[in-house]
Design a protein around this ligand. Structure first.
Ligand code: GLU
Length: 291
């Protein structure tokens, strides 16, 4: 039987909090209960927000918690060439297009629609979908604007991508923490519109890097927070376009702050380092997150 492979994949753009501790420890528990592997992946493609200091603090917090993982750790920022090769396939297949609109231009486009009494769709996070203007630009104009050094991002032409697959997509979701039963969830990538798959200077995005790495590292079980549940639809589509294997998923509940809001990396008091400094033990943290 092949070994089950789990991963914890934090981004070093802030301090780890109780929500990360729960995710990391749950992955560890599931890996050890099944005799499987636990990988740690540093998702640091955002080279402006991710820093070596945050990464060092993150590794120290995870060691203190008692997390063990296989070496070497995969650090996404040193694998840009691999993501670029995958991006080039999507460019060759005309499934992505250069998107030039600035935030201000997008806002103006939507304000104009709304002024005329027409709504504009938003993604599950509440962000307006990208307007369809750049998708229709003639190739010559795209080339000219790229040559003129205009800023752009590569966006997935989600309608073209869905049409290319030609059938509905679903993913396998475990029903609870024991991973004893699964259900099939319909993937709805269109809900997100034309997502960014790469930037001009960084040849990848969260969605692209995550599916490339999960495949490359042989991840069989993606266990992560509920906040990424519907993003899985986009990732399933990319997996299918690129012929990558599909892991099974479990999206766990989020640990909320005292105000019932999602924890953020800037909330000091639920940070692991602050809790440790205030005298909490690793066992205390486990109890706090219910493990
Ligand atoms: N790097 C992502 C985060 O820190 C998690 C990605 C994932 O687990 O798929 O939110």
């Amino acid at each position: 039987m092949t070994l089950l492979t789990f991963r914890f994949a934090p981004s070093p753009n802030g301090e780890l909090h109780l929500g990360h501790a729960y995710s990391a420890l749950l992955n560890q528990k599931l890996a050890s209960a099944s005799g499987g592997r636990l990988l740690l992946r540093i998702e640091d493609i955002d080279t402006t927000r991710c820093t070596p200091q945050f990464e060092a603090a993150m590794l120290a917090d995870l060691k203190w918690l008692g997390l063990g993982w296989e070496e070497p750790v995969r650090r996404q920022s040193v694998h840009f060439a691999e993501y670029k090769a995958v991006l080039d396939r999507l460019i060759d297949e005309e499934l992505v297009y250069p998107a030039f609109m600035s935030r201000g231009e997008i806002r103006a486009f939507i304000a104009d629609r709304e002024k005329r009494g027409r709504g504009w769709p938003r993604d599950p996070d509440g962000v307006p979908l990208y307007p369809p203007i750049d998708k229709a630009l003639p190739v010559k104009e795209r080339k000219r604007r790229i040559a003129d050094n205009e800023l752009f991002a590569w966006r997935l032409d989600v309608d073209a991508a869905v049409a290319r697959i030609g059938r509905g997509l679903a993913w396998t979701e475990f029903s609870d923490e024991t991973l004893s039963a699964t259900r099939s969830v319909e993937a709805r990538p269109q809900d997100w519109g034309d997502v960014v798959v790469a930037r001009r200077d960084i040849p990848t995005s969260y969605h692209l890097a995550v599916i490339v790495d999960d495949a490359l590292q042989g991840v069989s079980h993606v266990v992560r927070g509920q906040d990424l549940f519907s993003a899985t639809g986009v990732q399933r589509l990319l997996q299918e376009l690129l012929g990558l294997p599909q892991p099974a998923y479990f999206h766990h509940h989020l640990i909320l702050g005292p105000d019932r809001r999602k924890l953020s990396k800037s909330l000091g008091d639920t940070g692991l380092a602050a809790l440790r400094d205030a005298g909490a033990s690793p066992d205390g943290i486990r109890r706090m997150v219910g493990l």
